[in-house]
Design a protein around this ligand. Sequence first.
Ligand code: NAI
Length: 245
Amino acid sequence: MRLSGKTAIITGGARGIGKETALTFIREGAKVMLADFDEAKGHDTMSELQSFGEADFVQVDVTSREQVENMVSRARERFGAIDILVNNAGITSDGFLVSMQEQQWESVIDVNLKGTFLCTQAAVKVMLDQAKGCVLNASSVVGVYGNIGQSNYIASKSGVIGLTKGWAKELGPKGIRVNAVAPGFIITDMTAKVPDKVLDAMKSKTPLKRLGLPEDVAKAYLFLASDDAAFINGQVLGVDGGLVI
Ligand code: NAI
């Protein structure tokens, strides 16, 4: 098992990519602290996880420092360590530049960018005490190459890439690796809002001729979290079937 003896916090773990990552990690031997805003789905997912191993759930809004600190304390008390943090919680609120409301800008930047900052800051304090750890961030192809109608999301996901590189340099000497994934279009509730014709266009532009599945991204997180990636730091791994090369 590739994560035997390791403990992980996965934000936004109640559904979608976060849930699949939690299932993948626990099957590989990790103890998992699932953290999500959605309490009902979070408990359901935690029950599923518990049939494979040790898991707990904490309700958190990643934009709240107080709640994030509580999440980290819970994980440390429950499991005694935090080896892996997956900053997966994220939202979209799309609109063309001229019509995007300030509230749409702020909500997406708050969850995707400030949330990543707050969770990493809190978890890294524990990782520094341990002199080891691994932080994994959710970027997107959109953060690398841009997209129409997603100013807020682009800014948040390219911001996450900048943080990944900066933190890799700052924390690497302390034994903490920081990497990101940049998925293409993955079939989850998030992309259920995207019109079919856009998804069909993405599929036909993708050399592998399909959309991504949550497990495609979960396996990338697994690799980056595992000791197989021991010398990989500050990287952004595309998980997009070759959509953007
Ligand atoms: P999803 O919408 O299916 O799940 C997101 C989860 O985050 C939900 O369980 C939700 O309750 C939770 N969440 C939202 N706001 C939160 C908050 N303030 N505090 C705590 N939890 C919160 O999304 P999906 O598709 O699984 O995406 C996961 C991550 O991957 C996101 O960061 C997303 O931006 C990124 N991503 C997704 C892609 C896709 O095509 N689905 C493509 C590229 C990146």
